[in-house]
Design a protein around this ligand. Structure first.
Ligand code: Z5A
Length: 221
């Protein structure tokens, strides 16, 4: 009996992750699939409450500590992801471990280090496909800027984009240390919503139609 796929939508701020996650969910449900929608950080859990306060600059935390909390927030939901997939519910997720690494590794000084940032997420359920919504800072600016939260500054977003690029190369090409099996698909998110949504559908169509026979993989293991 095939299991459902685990689909992650990643990307920079204002790239349209929330918009596209919601459009994809509707399309999947209209096609008769069960869908569990997740968003990281999940600000509703006890750990998520600490993260929310940090992002709004209402509290301060050591860079290492907040990084570990973001990861713990994913581990809180790891078993739910697996049980959904096994019961043939598609898991659709807005941001995941890749955001965790990209944002923390882009911080500093002092830098946290890419490998250190990746370590706490090793072993999480691995997405079957990660759709990376790529947008230039210029396009993001046209959408009203990055916002008021802690990381929403243009220079930070440029560094984040570089780390995402590295993650994509290592993940997609399998050439990086501790390779993983997620399919990394880069999508030009600077286009209109309908075009982006059609392209996302094209990239997941076969996966959702056929399901998967193999067990859920582990990230970077
Ligand atoms: N973070 C971290 O440090 N570590 C971690 O482990 C994780 C996250 C998981 C959480 O932000 C912050 O936490 C984030 C990363 C960090 N920090 N930053 N910066 P969040 O997830 O709560 O919020 P967000 O990701 O920043 O959401 P967003 O950037 O505000 O937006 P989005 O989801 O990518 O886009 P959107 O809401 O769908 O659309 C934004 C606007 O553009 C909106 O007005 C839309 O109507 C419009 N839009 C969308 N698509 C289009 C197109 N195609 N054309 C024109 N306009 C569009």
């Amino acid at each position: 009996m095939p299991r459902a796929p685990f689909i992650v939508i990643e990307g920079l701020d204002r790239s349209g992750k929330t918009t596209q996650t919601s459009l994809l969910r509707s399309r999947l449900e209209q096609s008769g699939h069960h869908v569990a929608l997740l968003k990281f950080p999940d600000r509703t859990t006890p750990i998520g409450t600490l993260i929310d306060s940090y992002l709004r600059s209402q509290s301060d935390l050591d860079d290492h500590a907040i990084h570990l909390l973001f990861s713990a927030n994913r581990w809180e939901l790891a078993s739910r992801i697996e049980s959904n997939l096994k019961s043939n519910t598609i898991v659709l997720c807005d941001r995941y471990a890749f955001s965790g690494i990209a944002f923390s590794a882009a911080k500093g000084p002092p830098p946290l280090g890419y490998e250190w940032c990746r370590a706490p997420d090793v072993g999480l359920p691995c997405p079957d496909v990660t759709l990376f919504l790529d947008i230039t800072p210029e396009k993001a600016r046209e959408r009203g800027g990055y916002g008021e939260e802690r990381y929403e500054k243009e220079e930070m977003q440029r560094r984040v984009r570089e780390v995402f690029r590295r993650l994509g190369e290592e993940t997609g090409g399998g050439g990086g240390s501790g390779g993983t099996t997620t399919r990394w698909e880069v999508i030009d998110a600077g286009r209109d919503q309908e075009t982006v949504s059609m392209e996302i559908w094209r990239r997941v169509e076969n996966l959702v139609a056929n399901g998967l026979e193999e067990d859920v993989d582990r990230l970077w293991k």
